[in-house]
Write a protein that binds this ligand. Structure first.
Ligand code: ZN
Length: 89
């Protein structure tokens, strides 16, 4: 099975079986984002790589956001805990 890749996928290729987390360099705020909701906001043809440009920290407003993107086949081992978090807006 082929999974979507961050470099090439659009929001049409992913859903919340994927993990998309955003971390703020300044205030260390961290959130898991819902790819389903992002698709609803941005459209299914929106490239995954460009989602990062649209993000800003909801706490301090900084745009220096670090992304963690994981495919469903990566939800094992020491990153499995990430998938237990419910996605936020
Ligand atoms: Zn912040």
């Amino acid at each position: 099975m082929e999974y979507a890749k961050l470099d090439t996928a659009t929001l049409a290729h992913v859903d919340d079986s994927y993990y998309y987390g955003a971390y703020c360099r300044r205030c260390k705020h961290f959130a898991r984002l819902s790819l389903v909701k992002l698709r609803a906001h941005l459209g299914e043809n929106f490239p995954l790589t460009k989602v990062r440009d649209r993000l800003r920290c909801e706490r301090c407003g900084l745009r220096e956001v670090v992304i963690t993107f994981l495919a469903p086949n990566q939800r094992t081992g020491n990153v499995a805990y990430l998938f237990r978090e419910e996605p936020q807006e």
